[in-house]
Design a protein around this ligand. Sequence first.
Ligand code: ADP
Ligand code: NI
Length: 225
Amino acid sequence: QAQTPLDRQTDILEAAAALAQRELEHEGSGHDWWHIRRVTELAKRIGAAEGADLFICELAALLHDLADEKLVADPESGIRRTANWMLEHGVAEADTDRIMEIIATMSFKGGSGRPMSTLEGRVVQDADRLDAIGAIGIARTFVYSGKKGRPMHDPNLPVRQNMTPEEYRSGNDTAINHFYEKLLLLKDRLNTPCGRRIADSRHAYMEEFLERFDREWNGADLLDG
Ligand code: ADP
Ligand code: NI
């Protein structure tokens, strides 16, 4: 594996953070800079616990949403741009390849659901998925739905559990339905033991939230007092 000196790595990570901050600062669909910040911190923690290459984890996390279908018209060009950025900033070719593989696998969500081929990819994917569940995940879901002008809940719509990514992006999806079609399923899709451990309490919190939401919606909590 090609080695980049440590001080060089620090410079690259700082430049990548500045790039992500610049590009995603005004992003309103849940991929804002703070999402990147949280995913990066999670990836460092999980990566350390799993014995992954932390430079790869951190750099991939910082760059992981720059080629997202929601942000750029064409993920291919977003991915090429990110690769060029890394090479221009002195990231070794072998490292660039590994990171591109991670970002590409994460960016094409509608795709085959191809599994991550590297430990670092499994770590960063876990970090991204963990930021979609728990209290933060709940908040992001309602922000996303609100931005799309969708209702938070509609009891007359059937609960859809097996929508394709294309369907739930275009459909008359509600925020509450997004939990059933995706968020509640993420716990069992995590790759690493450390990720699964963190997911447990975040998942339980979402379940409790949904239960309370339902009780309040139906007025069931009014009878308690
Ligand atoms: P990421 O790229 O970070 O993996 P996504 O692009 O899938 O995440 O979505 C960004 C945020 O918006 C996440 O918190 C996700 O749960 C939320 N989101 C995505 N699709 C929907 C939807 N149809 N309804 C509500 N929230 C959604
Ligand atoms: Ni993300």
